[in-house]
Design a protein around this ligand. Structure first.
Ligand SMILES: Nc1ncnc2c1ncn2[C@@H]1O[C@H](COP(=O)(O)OP(=O)(O)OP(=O)(O)O)[C@@H](O)[C@H]1O
Length: 235
C-alpha cells in the first residue's frame, strides 16, 4: 500500500454536534469535514465560542457526533449503539486539554507520570525511567525541574509542557491538543513546536487548536478556520 492510499488516521465527514440548553439548542460544530494523515499537523483556529474545543472532543472520540461520520483509519469510530468510541488499538489518541491537571495524577511525581506509558510492555526499572524522564524534560526546557515534584508544585505552563511530553512519550497515532501554548512564553512555545514537529516527522498525526495564528502557521501543514455557525472543511 503506498502512502497516498493509506487511510487517514482520523477523518470527519460532515460531523455536527448540538447541545440542548435552557436558552434553546446550539450547534457549535456544524457539518465539519476534515482528514488528517500520518505525519500531518492540522491547525484549528477561530474566535472564542466557534466550537474548537467541542470539535477536538469529537475528534478524540470523547463525544459522539449527532450526525455525520467519524472514522479512525478506515473504520467507523462509533459502532451502532456503542457508548464508547472504537479505537484501532489502546492509546490510539492522546488528548491534551486546556487544563493540564485533567491528564496529570496529582499524587504522582512528574517522572512517574511521564514514563507510565513506557511500563505497559514491562518495567525497565526506576533509575532508567527517571533518566528517560530527565531527557524528555530537557527537550521541553524543563531540565531544571525536580522530577520528584508533584503537579501541584509546578506552574500551570510547566504542567502543560509535562502533559505534552506525556502524550509524546506514549507515541499515539493521534494527538489532539487544545491551546498547548496558551501559557507559554515565546521560547517555550518554540520548544513545543519543535517537539510536535519531531513527533509528526515520526508519523504521529496532530490536531492542534490555537489562538496564536502566527505560531499555528509556523507549525501546521493545513489550518482549518472555524466561524460561529457555518460549515467548515479541511484536509
Ligand atoms: N457541554 C456543553 N453543553 C452546552 N453548551 C456547550 C457545551 N460545550 C460547549 N458548549 C457551547 O458551545 C459553544 C462552543 O464552545 P467551545 O468550548 O467548543 O468553543 P471554543 O471555540 O473552544 O471557545 P474558546 O476559544 O473560548 O475556548 C459555546 O457557546 C459553549 O458554551
Amino acid at each position: 500500500m503506498n502512502a497516498t492510499a493509506e487511510p487517514a488516521v482520523v477523518s470527519a465527514d460532515s460531523i455536527t454536534r448540538r447541545y440542548r440548553t435552557t436558552h434553546g439548542d446550539i450547534t457549535p460544530v456544524h457539518e465539519v469535514s476534515l482528514a488528517v494523515r500520518r505525519g500531518e499537523i492540522l491547525g484549528i483556529r477561530g474566535p472564542s465560542g466557534s466550537g474548537k474545543s467541542t470539535l477536538l472532543r469529537l475528534l478524540a472520540g470523547m463525544e459522539r457526533p449527532d450526525s455525520g461520520q467519524l472514522r479512525y483509519r478506515d473504520r467507523a469510530a462509533w459502532p451502532a449503539r456503542s457508548r464508547t468510541a472504537r479505537y484501532p488499538r489502546a492509546g490510539y489518541v492522546m488528548p491534551i486539554f486546556q487544563d493540564p491537571s485533567a491528564s496529570l495524577d496529582p499524587r504522582w511525581p512528574i517522572w512517574r507520570t511521564l514514563t507510565e506509558p513506557l511500563t505497559a510492555s514491562g518495567n525497565p526499572g526506576r533509575a532508567a525511567l527517571r533518566a528517560t524522564a530527565r531527557q524528555w524534560l530537557d527537550r521541553a526546557r524543563l531540565g531544571h525541574l525536580d522530577p520528584t515534584a508533584r503537579p501541584g508544585q509546578i506552574s500551570g505552563g510547566q504542567r502543560q509542557r509535562v502533559a505534552l511530553l506525556r502524550a509524546l512519550i506514549a507515541e499515539p497515532a493521534l494527538i489532539v491538543a487544545d491551546e498547548p501554548t496558551a501559557r507559554q512564553d515565546v521560547i517555550t512555545a518554540a520548544a513545543m513546536s519543535e517537539l510536535l514537529t519531531n513527533a509528526s516527522q515520526s508519523g504521529t498525526a496532530i490536531i492542534v487548536v490555537s489562538h496564536d495564528t502566527t505560531w499555528l502557521r509556523g507549525i501546521a501543514h493545513h489550518v482549518l478556520p472555524l466561524w460561529i455557525g457555518s460549515p467548515n472543511s479541511a484536509g
